[in-house]
Design a protein around this ligand. Structure first.
Ligand code: PRP
Length: 172
């Protein structure tokens, strides 16, 4: 297996600063609730949370898609739920990648039912060509082709998450 850099560390960090500036401009004063979907979004959450110039609460949710056999029914199991209440809050779901859109469709419905003031999505990567269910993401870092990507939180069998860039994993 070989790694080919798709998005460099500089490109990622520069785009995150742009997204953070948009977030600061878009939201009214007040605390922003940043919800990290584990594990892939951990670095995006860490960098985005420190790039916004406002108070932010951080919380983490872990979900599993029933052994990766995702169906359009969107069955997703919560492995670790949030600790904080979202009632009346401005909530931003932080994701590393949108692929079929099934996960985010489920999460948006789940979190909207908790009566936040607003709920939006920030995703670093978007594989639009793979979409099964539409997702309206307010903030997207990069649209990428349908290639297997790793790094900056994304894994292949848990490996490569700690790369500083996003790479395509290619067969030798
Ligand atoms: C990835 C990603 C999203 C989901 C997107 O998580 O972080 O949560 O898949 O796919 P979808 O749009 O097709 O629903 P993954 O299940 O790989 O877990 P991980 O972040 O812990 O690696």
């Amino acid at each position: 297996m070989a790694l080919r850099t798709l998005i460099s560390e500089d490109q990622i960090q520069s785009r995150i600063r742009e997204i953070a500036a948009s977030i600061d401009a878009d939201y009214p004063d007040g605390t922003l609730y940043l919800i990290c979907i584990l594990k892939g979004a951990c670095f995006f959450l860490a960098d985005l949370a420190r790039a916004v110039k406002r108070d932010a609460y951080l919380d983490f949710m872990s979900i599993s898609s029933y052994g990766k056999e995702k169906t359009t029914s969107g069955e997703v199991k919560i492995v670790k739920d949030l600790d904080i209440s979202l009632e009346g809050a401005d909530v931003l779901i932080v994701e590393d990648i949108i692929d079929t859109g099934i996960t985010l469709n489920y999460l948006l419905e789940l979190l909207k039912a908790r009566k936040p003031r607003s709920v939006r999505v920030a995703a670093l990567l978007d594989k639009t060509s793979r979409r099964v269910k539409p997702v309206d993401a307010a903030y997207v870092g990069f649209e990428i082709p349908d290639e297997f990507v790793v790094g900056y939180g994304l894994d292949f069998a848990e490996k490569y998450r700690n790369l500083r860039e996003v790479c395509v994993l290619e067969a030798d």
